[in-house]
Ligand binder design. Sequence first.
Ligand SMILES: C[S@@+](CC[C@H](N)C(=O)[O-])C[C@H]1O[C@@H](n2cnc3c(N)ncnc32)[C@H](O)[C@@H]1O
Length: 197
Amino acid sequence: MAYQDPRVVTILRRSREHGLPGYTIRPEEGRFLQFLVFVLQARRILEIGTLGGYSTGWMALALPAEGHIWTLERDAYHVQVARQNLEEVGLGERVTVLHGEAPKDLDRVAQHAPFDLVFVDAEKAIYPACYEWAVEHLRPGGVFAAHNAYWAEEVTGVLSRIRQDARTFLFVYPSSEGLLAAVKKAGDERLSPNPHS
Ligand SMILES: C[S@@+](CC[C@H](N)C(=O)[O-])C[C@H]1O[C@@H](n2cnc3c(N)ncnc32)[C@H](O)[C@@H]1O
């Protein structure tokens, strides 16, 4: 299991104490998200599906001081717990937890685009719409990442769609649930549609 910063451990414990469900990312996936944040030198991140702020916390810990995460959550109670958790561990200033539902409320965060990273971990039916929105609102070289990639493929065929899309390059991190990462091409790459994915 990947090393976990005590602040994300606290977020997880508090989420449990508040009765939130345990379907978060795994520590190794948190580590992978942090790796993306570092490699991208990310400053602007959009997350869809906050729950108690555990994955948010992983990404926030890798952000530089001027970086920011906007995270969209449709359940008002989850929003309240996440805000409280992130505040308690000192990450409140780096994160804005928004109450809303994707994809219909995504235009509320469009003003903060272009994003370096868009991460979705929510109901699987919305993944294709979130992907399309993300490709429009990421900077060239930015990444669309999504949790439960294998399950989402079963429900929506999202991996197959992305593999056919020449605008991005797909990689699937083979964690138990699968975490997909699709890089928005700058437009001048020689690679044609996802040849090795
Ligand atoms: C699997 S949990 C997210 C876990 C979180 N990423 C973590 O690892 O700590 C999914 C969350 O997404 C929220 N959600 C589901 N569908 C959504 C949608 N369409 N828009 C916004 N939030 C959504 C749920 O209420 C739930 O809190």
